[in-house]
Design a binder for this molecule. Structure first.
Ligand SMILES: Nc1ncnc2c1ncn2[C@@H]1O[C@H](COP(=O)(O)OP(=O)(O)OP(=O)(O)O)[C@@H](O)[C@H]1O
Length: 716
């Protein structure tokens, strides 16, 4: 292993850009790290703590009194907090926030930005007249960080500290610090552009540049201005990251950035000496070298690109560990990707059993903000699956691409959270030098239909919106055209205006094409069915795949198969689930995911509330499933594909060649001539996911305005 890796020469932050050197106020800290923090005496819950060993009792003396174990862990947590670099700058930070309405803070990964700054604000009384919002690009980060901060506050989650993510709210009237996804705050802005619920908004992980965060930059800037003009409570905005382009942000917000010095624990970075042709193989070799040569309590986090890759590698690791490793600790493998049910995602955050090494195989959802306790080693494949919109094809596709340098450093920062760590990069230093510095902002590479619609609902034409990075005029034009074809906008090419239908579409927390399905459903007498289907499609995979019991799982799933395809199969599953009483047992027997189905049921309830508020007719088509299939066309008309002679499919919009995904009910059985799909995934092989057979005649009947109608061969 040693021969494969070299130590890097560059310091991470300096390699990100001139930001650190130019015009940034350095925030000097008092503490240099755990070794210098002399926090010997701490107070928690009125109990004076002078070291766990002095607490003689082990059990609770009073029901409300903490046990010795709890006291020790509270004390450790408090010590950890005191040792964080950000803690030494607390006073200075508070002074700065009183002086300035906007702060840009750049500090090393793990320095304590996300968990500590909101607590400083709380202690300083900055949220007496409004809450502190902390946005995160991903749900798993919002949830786990909220849990940690609630623990540090010694309060129940949902009390002083809570979180809200789409379709899930864990807050109460007493909540002062609210973690949330950026998408959720954006939806709140729809109801109140001045965001009056909040005294402070902290936009964390700004370097991620999701579409929602980019739009939020403009929204909060304007809310700040409006609140100042109207002499309302000033809105404080804090933008934080370890790897943002602070010069660029500084120019946009008109303020200087601050650089927070120091990191908690060092991370040794190792690069592959030579370019690796197979990063999966290199990852496995590295992992087992680590497994043989480091203590079993050094857990490992591996960054891969997606569900299939992760599941395949998890299998391989378990197999190798079972057969080839003698006299070394056992391994516990945890996958972590967005489609995994939430409870499964959170499993890797628990400590591994004694004498077992925890190995977490994650996508980029573990790249920012999260702390996975125990992780001392990170193996970075250097690849990520990214959603990219191609204006030329009009399709949103998923592609495996190289990560950016900023992502490399973020991944590296997942080691060294609770102890010194090591990051193994399966790519060379030279290869990394060629990576782009920052990932291209999502708004410049994805479909911005939703954004354009939401901004219009706020009365903003995105052509005049104050973007940090402006999408190209063509991308805006394409989005307006698509919204016009969905009937959400009129005068798309001149002075765009939201239609009444578009206003209704913006009420749903959904992509416009899915909102359109619900709005069209009454006309096809299938509202009940469409509510269920859209709810299931909004969540994660409801099918549980089992490598050991594959036959059983396939047989169980086959009961729900619809001859029309995957959408109606999903509907069959959900309908059966809704009729079931003992859902856990039923899901277990049928290899279905209880959590994801329960989530879909909750989503359905919320969608139903919007449907009722809009007074839409709630009807059902019974067994006449053609109605559902026709209705699907109303929103997904750009996702039609036609069977070719060589058994590939060709998408009508964008002319992409692809095969039906192996998870489809059609896979290996029957190839319908025309299909509609939910998603196209472009990897080394192109796949269409969730497909349903349609009749070509329906296209002219249901979406006569479909631009490529003439490409469809009508059989009659
Ligand atoms: N869930 C957790 N469990 C254990 N320790 C945690 C947890 N969350 C945070 N910590 C500790 O707090 C430290 C600071 O974490 P925090 O997320 O505030 O840092 P950060 O500066 O925001 O990092 P990043 O830029 O990577 O998001 C971590 O290094 C870790 O030691």
């Amino acid at each position: 292993m040693e021969s494969k890796y070299t130590l890097p020469s560059k310091s991470p932050l300096k390699s990100i850009g001139s930001a650190v050197r130019n015009g940034i106020i350095p925030l000097k800290r008092k503490f240099q790290g755990p070794e210098n923090s002399n926090g010997k005496m701490f107070k928690a819950n009125g109990v004076s703590l002078a070291g766990g060993a002095n607490n003689k009792t082990n059990g609770p003396q009073h029901p409300n009194q903490p046990t010795a174990k709890q006291i020790t862990s509270k004390m450790q947590m408090e010590q950890q907090r005191q040792a964080l670099p950000v803690t030494g700058c607390r006073k200075r930070l508070i002074q700065e926030i009183y002086k300035s309405d906007t702060l840009l803070i750049m500090g090393e990964t793990g320095s304590g930005k996300t968990t500590q700054i909101p607590q400083f604000l709380l202690a300083a009384g900055l949220c007496n007249k409004g809450m502190i919002a902390v946005t995160q690009p991903r749900r798993v980060a919002a949830i786990t960080v909220a849990k940690r901060v609630a623990q540090e506050q010694h309060s129940q989650l949902g009390e002083t500290v809570g979180y809200t993510v789409r379709f899930e709210d864990c807050t109460s009237a007493r909540t002062r610090i609210r973690f949330m996804t950026d998408g959720f705050l954006l939806r709140e802005a729809l109801a109140d552009r001045l965001l009056r619920n909040y005294a402070v908004i902290m936009l964390d992980e700004a370097h991620e540049r999701t579409v929602s965060t980019d739009v939020l930059f403009g929204i909060v800037k304007e809310a700040q201005r409006q609140r100042r003009l109207r002499s309302l409570l000033p809105l404080k905005v804090i933008v934080t990251s370890a790897t943002m382009d602070i010069d660029h942000f500084g120019r946009y917000f008109g303020v200087k950035g601050m650089y927070l010095e120091g990191r908690t624990h060092p991370v040794r970075v190792m690069h592959a000496k030579e370019s690796q042709s197979d990063y999966l193989h290199a990852t496995l070799v590295t992992l087992f070298d680590i497994h043989r040569n480091t203590p079993s309590n050094h857990d490992v986090l591996i960054f891969l690109t997606g569900q299939e890759e992760i599941e395949a590698m998890a299998q391989q690791i378990r197999q190798i560990a079972k057969t080839n490793i003698n006299n070394v600790a056992s391994v516990r493998v945890f996958p972590l990707y967005a489609q995994l049910p939430q409870n499964k995602q959170l499993e890797c955050f628990l400590p591994a059993p004694a004498n077992a090494r925890k190995i977490v195989l994650a996508t980029n959802i573990a790249e920012t903000s999260v702390t996975i306790p125990g992780v001392r080693c990170v193996i970075d494949s250097g690849f990520v699956k990214r959603r990219i919109y191609s204006p030329s094809t009009g399709l949103d596709v998923l592609r495996v691409v190289r990560i950016s340098q900023a992502q490399s450093w973020q991944r590296c920062g997942r080691a060294g959270r609770d102890a010194p760590g090591t990051c193994y990069r399966t790519y060379t230093q030279e290869e990394m030098n060629a990576f782009e510095k920052m990932p291209k902002p999502e708004i410049l590479r994805s479909n911005i239909c939703s954004t354009v619609l939401q901004l219009l609902a706020l009365g903003i034409d995105c052509k005049s919106f104050d973007f940090l990075d402006r999408p190209s005029p063509e991308a805006m034009e394409t989005a307006y055209q698509k919204l016009e074809s969905l009937g959400a906008v009129r005068n798309a090419s001149t002075v765009p205006e939201l239609t009444p239908l578009g206003r209704q579409m913006a009420q749903f927390p959904l992509d416009p094409q899915y909102s359109k399905l619900l709005l069209a459903a009454p006309q096809f007498s299938c509202m009940e069915e469409m509510l269920s289907l859209v709810a299931v499609l909004s969540g994660d995979n409801v099918f549980v795949s089992s490598v050991e019991k594959r036959e059983h799982a396939n047989l169980a799933h086959a009961k729900f198969h619809s001859k029309y395809g995957d959408h109606l199969t999903l509907l069959n599953v959900f309908s059966a689930f809704q009729k079931t009483e003992k859902i856990k047992l039923w899901c277990h027997d049928n290899f279905l995911n209880t959590r994801n189905l329960s989530y879909a049921r909750d989503v359905r309830k919320q969608l139903l509330e919007v449907v009722e508020r809009l007074a839409l007719q709630i009807n059902s088509c019974g067994n006449n499933y053609d109605q559902v299939r026709k209705c699907l066309l109303v929103g997904l008309f750009d996702n039609i594909a036609e069977l070719q002679r060589d058994n590939f499919y060709m998408t009508i919009t964008g002319r992409q060649r692809a095969k039906i995904h192996p998870s489809s009910v059609f896979h290996g059985k029957y190839r319908p001539e025309y299909i509609i799909f939910s998603e196209i995934v472009l990897t080394e092989r192109n796949f269409l996911r969730q497909v349903t057979e349609i009749s070509p005649e329906w296209v002219a009947e249901v979406v006569p305005h479909f631009t490529h109608l003439n490409r469809i061969k009508l059989s009659s």
